[in-house]
Design a protein around this ligand. Structure first.
Ligand code: PGA
Length: 236
């Protein structure tokens, strides 16, 4: 099955010119580019082959200062919306309930939702603890949702931005567990599970070659167009 790469630019780059250049240089099929909100429109107009993603969303429009709604994203031709990234959970106090509301709003709008889950350092090298933690995140996020158009990104928090990725074996075990759990909770039997956390060209092939792993959510390495292009070549 074709693998998918999602470029999570986070709060980068500094300006529109650089955003346009990065988008142009990494535009490819099987790639989703998720720039910060101010660059969505420009990136959307620049890419010809990649799809447009958003790093976050709010579930409603109206009097919510600082928020961006699902319908606004949809009008910008955003196809994928990331929800529940660990940086949102940590720095913006997002709870499982918040993630659940966002996820449902995205699914209701007919866009694809990329649900991020992953255990913290306290469960590193503790497979059963990690499974319990991630299953709880999945159960809360999917409560009352149809789980249609769902993609899960497994991102152990301790692997994000640290240069220390998960082992492919552990990531594959967690991906298999996630597929099982989503299958039990919903009608979606073989949910795609991406791996995220310090993916670089050096380690990407090992994750992408695993049948349990449907692609990668790439942060830092997606900001370096030469590096990211090498990763893209692995999925073409
Ligand atoms: P990283 O980020 O590749 O820089 O570790 C991944 C992510 O946060 O999605």
């Amino acid at each position: 099955m074709a693998k998918l790469l999602i470029a999570n630019w986070k709060a980068n780059p500094e300006n529109l010119t650089e955003a346009r250049r990065l988008a142009r240089n990494t535009d490819s099929v099987r790639v989703v580019i998720a720039p910060p909100f101010p660059f969505l429109e420009t990136v959307g107009n620049t890419i010809k082959k990649a799809d447009l993603g958003s790093q976050d969303v709010f579930w409603s429009s109206g009097a919510y200062t600082g928020a961006v709604s699902v319908s606004q994203l949809k009008k910008l031709r955003v196809k994928y919306v990331i929800v529940g990234h660990s940086e949102r959970r940590r720095h913006f106090n997002e709870s499982n309930e918040t993630v659940n509301r966002k996820l449902k709003a995205v699914i209701d709008a007919g866009m694809k939702v990329v649900l991020c889950v992953g255990e913290g350092p306290e469960y590193r090298r503790n497979l059963s603890g990690a499974r319990t933690f991630v299953n709880h995140q999945l159960k809360s996020a999917l409560k009352g949702a149809s789980a249609k158009n769902l993609i899960v990104a497994y991102e152990p928090v301790w692997a994000i931005g640290t240069g220390s990725p998960d082992s492919p074996e552990h990531a594959a075990e967690m991906a298999a567990e996630i597929k099982n759990t989503v299958g039990r909770l919903s009608s979606q039997k073989d949910v795609p599970v991406l791996y995220g956390g310090s993916v670089t060209f050096r380690n990407a092939a090992r994750f992408l070659s695993l049948p349990e792993i449907s692609g990668a959510l790439v942060g830092g390495a997606s900001l370096d167009s030469r590096e990211f292009r090498k990763i893209i070549r692995l999925v073409l």
